[in-house]
Design a protein around this ligand. Structure first.
Ligand code: NAD
Ligand code: GLY
Length: 369
């Protein structure tokens, strides 16, 4: 721990701690403290592994020389979050001879965290998982709350499980190697917390743009901690998304449709990544809410200005047909009994779930009216 480090506790039935700060990946004693048995599978991706696997491996070995540490590396990018790679991760556990007290360390962004977490949920009906997020997006969102999943051609995250981690170590020094575009993508999810439940945080984000975009350690740690506090408060009350947790999906139904329809993003193409798609999705949700009389246009304009000031996209990429996006939205996990269930916006700091949104209104927004 040092002066910029922070801790957020997640309560509820399966409590765990989120450690936020530079150097967390090298703290072998703390990492190894979560390994009950002898087997560790370190899951990472092809960009992150060469940068940080050695640090984690050495830290673990120093603290626990008896550990058997295997490594499983995915090609970087959303296109790797597949059932096939999930199967390969399971094979890696079998090759390692991992027993029920094994621990999976997910070292990377949300793609690694979601896939590794799902493997942990399934291997021998559930083994421990420690999340080591290395993107801002995964630090503020995907590493916390226990949602794990892979994508299929029909849609994102359609196969998965709830499986809370044993601990989260968000080493903010890893953000120094994160491409600026990925940092901005994470800031979209940070802005989301302000938009749905924290007007003062949104104001702070308006004021602290320079420090955040410049990657200032202390400012980033503050943004991550505040975001994690919001997420912790919600998931400890509603871990399985029976109610208020759905609010965390503001803009996600639109965003997932864009991601799926466009083809998933990767370091090798220009498709929107998850955070960028969520930014566009939040704007569409805000516009829809404004047309339904729920949000003021002035609030929508303020949200759009904030997203733009962080260099995030705010409109649907060219070439995506509104009807095709709507068809994708019909397969969203929030929908019940064939009705379009969406998170709508009530203006800065307030959101709500609408159980049955008129598809024609959605189509109009997707068409730009
Ligand atoms: P990602 O995992 O694809 O990472 C983005 C890119 O950054 C990748 O190319 C990766 O290799 C690279 N990278 C990661 N860390 C790096 C570092 N420190 N230095 C240099 N490069 C680095 O994407 P993401 O934005 O982290 O996560 C998006 C995924 O998270 C999506 O699949 C989304 O569905 C999922 N998600 C899940 C939840 C949840 O609750 N489980 C919440 C939000 C998002
Ligand atoms: N990212 C939405 C959730 O965790 O519920």
């Amino acid at each position: 721990m040092n002066e910029v480090s922070r801790i957020v506790e997640v309560g509820g039935e399966s409590p765990y701690r989120i450690v936020i700060g530079p150097g967390a990946l090298a703290d072998g004693a703390s990492l190894a403290g979560h390994v009950r048995g002898r087997h560790v599978l370190l899951v990472s991706d092809s960009t992150v592994a060469p940068l940080y696997v050695a640090t984690v491996r050495e830290a673990l070995h120093e603290a626990r020389p008896d550990l058997l540490v295997g490594t499983f590396v995915l090609p970087a990018g959303e296109a790797s979050k597949t059932l096939a790679n999930f199967g390969a991760a399971i094979e890696a556990l079998a090759t390692l001879g991992a027993t029920r007290d094994a621990c999976i360390f997910a070292l990377g962004g949300g793609v690694v965290g979601d896939l590794a977490g799902f493997a942990a949920a399934c291997w021998m009906r559930g083994v421990d998982c420690v999340q080591l997020p290395t993107t801002l997006l995964s630090m503020v969102d995907s590493s916390v709350g226990g949602k794990t999943a892979v994508d299929i051609a029909q849609g994102k995250n359609l196969v998965g499980a709830f499986h809370p981690p044993r601990a989260v170590f968000a080493d903010t020094s890893t953000l120094r190697t994160l491409p600026p575009r990925e940092l901005r993508a994470g800031l979209a999810e940070v802005i989301k917390y302000g938009a749905i439940r924290d007007p003062l945080f949104l104001e702070w984000l308006e004021a602290e743009r320079q420090g955040l975009l410049a990657g200032d350690d202390a400012t980033l740690a503050m943004a991550i901690a505040r975001s994690c506090e919001h997420k912790a408060e919600i998931v400890e009350r509603d871990p399985l998304e029976r109610g208020e947790r759905a609010l965390l999906n503001l803009g996600h139904t639109f965003g997932h449709a864009i991601e799926t329809e466009q083809g998933y993003g990767s370091p090798h193409n220009d498709n929107l990544n998850h955070g960028e798609a969520v930014a566009v999705g939040m704007v569409l949700a805000a516009r829809l809410s404004a047309t339904l009389g729920l949000a003021e246009n002035a609030d929508t304009d303020r949200l759009i200005a904030l997203l733009r000031s962080y260099g995030l996209p705010t409109s649907i990429p060219a070439g995506l047909a509104p009807e095709a996006l709507l068809a994708r939205m019909r397969l969203d996990k929030k929908n019940l009994a064939g009705r379009l269930r969406l998170v709508l916006w009530r203006g800065i700091g307030r959101a709500e779930v609408a159980p049955d949104v008129d598809e024609n209104r959605v189509l109009a927004v997707l068409s730009g009216y």
